[in-house]
Structures are given as C-alpha cells and as structure tokens.
Design a protein around this ligand. Sequence first.
Ligand code: PCA
Length: 326
Amino acid sequence: MKKTLSTIILVGFLSFIPSSGLLAAAVWDVATPYPEQNFHTQNILMFAKEVEQATGGKIKMKVHSNASLLKMPDIKRGVQTGQAALGEILLSAYGNEDPFFQLDGIPFVSTGYDTAKIVWEKTRPFIEARFKKQGMTVLYAVSWPGQGIYTKTPMTSVADFKGIKFRTYNPATARMAELMGAVPTTIQAAEVPQAFATGVVSAMITSAITGVDSQSWDFAKYFYDVGALNNKNLVFINAKVFEGLDKKTRDIILDASAKAEKRGWEMSAKANEASLKTLAEKGMKVEKPNEKFYGELKAIGEKMIQEWLEKAGPDGKAFWESYRKK
Ligand code: PCA
C-alpha cells in the first residue's frame, strides 16, 4: 500500500514536469510568420544555431516558419501564454494595441534604414516596457526594406487608386489605402497569391522581397518603389522562460540577439537589392513613383502622423519632437 501510494505520487509528479512550463522543454518552439527563404527567417535560424552552439546544446530551438505553428496575429499571445517560447512578429500588425507598435508602419516616418534605425533606438525603451508588462522580453528588431506599391496597370497619382481593392497588412497601411481612396483588405503575406488569383485584391503594398516571396509577376505588372516606410519585425521571448535561465545563458542569448539585429539589417538591404533585380528580370516594370504621386503619398503620411500624435500621449509627443530634431 505504501509503495503504491509513493508510486502514484511519483507518477503524478513526473507527469507534472512537462506541463509545468517551457523551462522543462528540451526544444523551444519558435513561431515565425514568413517563409523559410525570407531573410528574416534565415536570420532567426542563424540566431537559433548560434545559441545552440554557444550553450553546448543546452538550448535548442525549432523554428516554425511561414505561420505554420501560429498565425501572425496569434504569435504575440502565443508567446505570452507559453505556447511558444519565442516569437517573431511584424510589430506594426499589432498597431491597434499601442501607438508605439503602430509607428513604424506609418509612411514617411522613416525614409530608409538610417532613419529607421533612429526610430528603433528611440522607441525601443517604450516597446520593451510594454512587452515587459505583458510578460515578454524583447530580443531584437530588424527592418524590412522600404515599401512599394504593386499594380496591374500604370499609376501616375493617388487618384488612380480610387475604388481599387488594395492588399494591406496592418492598421497603418489600411488607413493609408483609405486615404488614397482605395478599398483596403488585410491579407497575410502567405495568402497574397491566392487573394490576387481570386480577385479579392488587384493592388498591394509590400516590399520587393515579399513580392518575390509571393511571385508577384504572376499577378502584377508594376512595382512603384516608394521606399519611405520601414516596418520592423520584432523577436521576443517569454519572460518566465528567459528569467528562469542562469546569467551565463541569458548573456549568450542577448549577445546572439545583438548579433542577429546587426546582421539582419544588412541582410535586409542585400535581399532588397537582389529582389528588385528579380522583379525586373521576371518582366515587371520597377519604377519610382513620379514626383506628384510621391508628394501625394507624403501628404498622406503627414496626415497620419498628426492622427498618431493625437493617440500617442505625452510619450509619443516627446518621441516625435526629439526625432524631428535629428
Ligand atoms: N512584407 C510583409 C510586411 C512588410 C513587408 O515588406 C508583408 O507584406 O506582409
């Protein structure tokens, strides 16, 4: 009887361990939204490898690409609740949650990697504090290249977009499309080809890179390389998982994160150049928007930043004033 009881206790205890949290997991699940060949995914795969090597195999990660573990809108919550140990998101896709998540999705806030970097440095403390409150630790962020607009027909001004069904990917680009007179529909990157094939949309905003990932030449003819919009992907870890590690391991992860951030921005620029070439080679017309069109988009960006400032409170105003001085 005594033996049986202790066996029951032991069995009960053992079965409790795996469900007691990610600390016990031999392999950490990493939820990411973009395809395997995308530079963001390649970068996080290198990060995972580096951490595994530097910890002597103590920490192993399984990177689930292309939203195969969790859909992009579910990744943040998934990491918060421990469904995955780490996650990667397009931060601005969560723009409705917090003005600081929205900011880098607004056109003309940055006009290239240099200004995008300043935006990141200056907003990082606010973003980190918000993630911390929700039980997550920010590891690194990497910018997408400047964005452009894909269409089937030539476009010379914003007026040409009136009534056009337009693929967007976050609240900011949806607002931009609305101000252009287009009809926005939020579609995840993985579902872009299908959305064009079924006529749900006939134009979209994204980078040259996502254009290549989705083989945009099958459904669009023009790429207007606007440039002035650098969204970032953010990589973060469940805070309990992170804080449960010893200092040495935490330092290894932070060190690998800093390296991934530096490497990622370089990979972004290289992938952008290669992708612009591929679009042209596949027969697409790759152009800059004409001056008038560009100016109209810029005016939309200015209106949007005013709208943002109304929502962003004192932190937002302070950030914007100090950023504008740069
Ligand atoms: N690609 C992502 C977000 C920004 C980008 O360049 C997308 O289109 O969903």
